[in-house]
Write a protein that binds this ligand. Structure first.
Ligand code: KG4
Ligand code: ZN
Length: 350
């Protein structure tokens, strides 16, 4: 089964061609046209700029993802229909609807967060040649119940999954998302957008215990998160160095911020595991690319909770994860009509 996955919910234009065989996936292509450089100077995504660039990039991305594959060979077009920036979502949804009608290929609208969750089933791409090839992934299955920690630029939530496609919220952030905390901290430290990769890079050379960064709500025995209190603490540290005209020890500060975010994420994950006793624990979303988080979570997780982490190349927004999430919907014949599918910026999983 050949699925074309389209993702434009934020600032990355992602289009992938994914083949599903049984329960396994092969990613034939995974084109991501990043706009990070364009948004860098603003320290975050500017919706108007993002939508305009999706418009410019979407058809070239579809062309590149298809390569020599004829549209008539496609079984389904899967597209992110929400949540996200509405103007960005519209570009992907309207493109997918148009292609579905023009090529006479069925259409399915996918929730972006479900895409992140199902990205854990994608095989890691080979190191050679731009994500092509790779073979089919493992036959490893998600055992239920599962708990998923989704950490991205817009979301931080722990979700309980009694089975495929069913979700119950265990807890989420009250304010900023974990990725947003990385992005805002990076901005204050004068590091580029997106902040997560920038902070984790300099943090490698820093001491995570050198600064005291607050870990809001970590003492509470629940799955609620809060990251906004960190900003003030970081601002005060940065200002105190400015006042004293002393060079800010960026590596140490970045390492301390990263460790504080990781401590919160892992503590709340362990609470969720103690409460829900999952057979599988899933880590997904852009922040799942963080090497220190991956390593520390793997070390601290109870041995009986199978850990599924999305391959690093499918942690950030991409079309392949949207195709992976579509697979089960296609098998259940849950298609959407190209006449009526609409983008829903506030489409929450739970
Ligand atoms: O899932 P994603 O690509 O887009 C959204 O759906 O939001 O996540 C983007 C977020 C950004 O906030 C970015 O800073 C963060 O993921 N991120 C990271 C890393 N790579 C990306 N955060 C921490 N460490 C990383 N290595
Ligand atoms: Zn995302």
């Amino acid at each position: 089964m050949l699925i074309l996955g389209i993702e434009t919910s934020c600032d990355d234009t992602g289009v992938a061609l994914v083949e599903a065989k049984g329960n396994r996936f092969r990613v034939h292509s995974n084109v991501i046209i990043s706009q990070a450089k364009l948004h860098n100077r603003y320290g975050g995504v500017v919706p108007e700029v993002a939508a305009r660039n999706h418009l410019k990039n979407i058809i070239p991305a579809v062309d590149e993802a298809l390569g020599n594959t004829k549209p008539s060979k496609l079984d389904t077009i899967a597209v992110t229909a929400g949540p996200g920036l509405v103007t960005s979502l519209h570009v992907g949804v309207e493109t997918a609807k148009t292609l579905s009608l023009a090529w006479n290929v069925p259409l399915v609208g996918i929730n972006h967060m479900e895409g992140h969750i199902y990205s854990v089933l994608l095989p890691p791409p080979p190191v050679h040649r731009r994500g092509l090839g790779g073979g089919f992934g493992t036959t490893a299955k998600i055992k239920f119940p599962a708990v998923a920690l989704i950490v991205s630029g817009g979301h931080t939530e722990l979700i309980y999954m009694p089975g495929h496609g069913t979700y119950k919220l265990l807890g989420k952030t009250r304010d900023d998302a974990a990725g947003e905390a990385f992005d805002k901290a990076a901005f204050m430290l004068g590091l580029p957008y997106p902040g997560g990769p920038a902070i984790s890079k300099v943090a490698e050379k820093g001491d995570p215990e050198s600064f005291e960064i607050p870990r809001p709500m970590i003492e509470r025995d629940d799955c609620e998160f809060s990251f906004s209190g960190m900003k003030n603490a970081i601002r005060l540290i940065v200002e105190s160095y400015k006042k004293r005209r002393t060079r800010l020890p960026i590596n140490d500060l970045a390492a301390s911020i990263q460790q504080a975010i990781i401590d919160i994420l892992i503590t709340k994950s362990l609470i969720a595991i103690a409460k829900a006793k999952p057979k599988t624990f899933i880590l997904a979303g852009g922040v799942a690319a963080n090497a220190a988080l991956r390593a520390q979570l793997a070390e601290k997780l109870p041995k009986n909770a199978n850990l599924f982490i999305s391959p690093i190349s499918y942690s950030q927004d991409n079309g392949a994860m949207i195709a992976a999430a579509a697979h089960r919907r296609i098998k259940n014949k849950q298609f959407d009509s190209p006449e009526s599918l609409t983008a829903n910026a506030h489409w929450e999983l739970v």
